[in-house]
Design a protein around this ligand. Sequence first.
Ligand SMILES: [Fe+2]
Ligand SMILES: [Fe+2]
Length: 354
Amino acid sequence: MRQISLAEAKPGMILARHIMSSNGNILLAPDITLTGEYIRKLAMLKVLTLFVKDPDHPDISTAEYISIQTQQRALSILDTTLKRIVRGETFAPDAVDGIAADIVEDLLSHSGLTIHLSGILTHDDDTLAHSLNCSIYSAILARLAGFSIPQIKEITSGALLHDVGKMWIDKAILNKPGPLTNKEFAIIKLHPEDGFKALIAKRWELSSLVAHMAWQHHERMNGLGYPRKLRGDEILSYARLLAITDVYEAITVNRPYRRAMDPEMIYDTMVTGLGTEFDVDFGQLFLSKLAIYIPGMRVNLSTGETAIVAAIPENTPRQPIVRLIAHPDGSPYTPPKEIALAEYPKIRILSTKL
Ligand SMILES: [Fe+2]
Ligand SMILES: [Fe+2]
């Protein structure tokens, strides 16, 4: 498997990972042969990169922690639920708890979790995709942090529903490419409380902690968050955990109005927030297990060589095992040579630009 940019996609290539729409439909499934028509359609949907099978590297692949069935069901239930909430209709909290349980069960079937980009919906701007990605990262972090299984499920439900208040905000403001005006930002700042109010109304069926996660996920350790400027321990541990995965999701995914940051910049942004914005303990745990590279991703090394990420070691997820494919002059490595970057501290990954 190898990651390519859409510009490099050619008819005849075989897809290695699925591409889904925001409502959970599979647009293209693995093993499908790309055609010119598919490539044009993906361009219209603003898909920027994709994973294709590469006969030269058949052994490189990523474990998908959450099965495609669970992802689809999650998106469809979440879609219905968020729409019902915004219309003021009753919704079934059981269904959300059910998907949270499915997500956690899928995760528990894997040992040695690292936090890697789940690769779902990287082309979509939807609150839906964001919420599902956040729920997966939150479940992983909660598990790493040693929460009990019922707690992990509660945190996962809270992450699925945390941005429900955004459903009342005009899409033009949510997806605005440039900086927001004060007035627009004031509107954005209403979503935690709006979400809380909608969720706490269900307090007999839904954990009130879930509602509080919606209210508190933009609070920061230093008291500079919103809406109530809570600080430190005044913020629920569940919300302190979600604050980390929420920011991480927002900066790692390509949205129509903003491209994802480079992996190293993502890491630095998270480190800078430790202790000021983010809880130190959760933050350090998150960073220690954060795999910012994905197997199959093409990387440029400080030696001038080009490589493909071959595997992510559990204990050094930031220093992947890479397979060198081209010398600095562009000539191919034959045969390709594999090195563990953890053993070569001087060699750095400079960029992942395709
Ligand atoms: Fe939010
Ligand atoms: Fe969010």
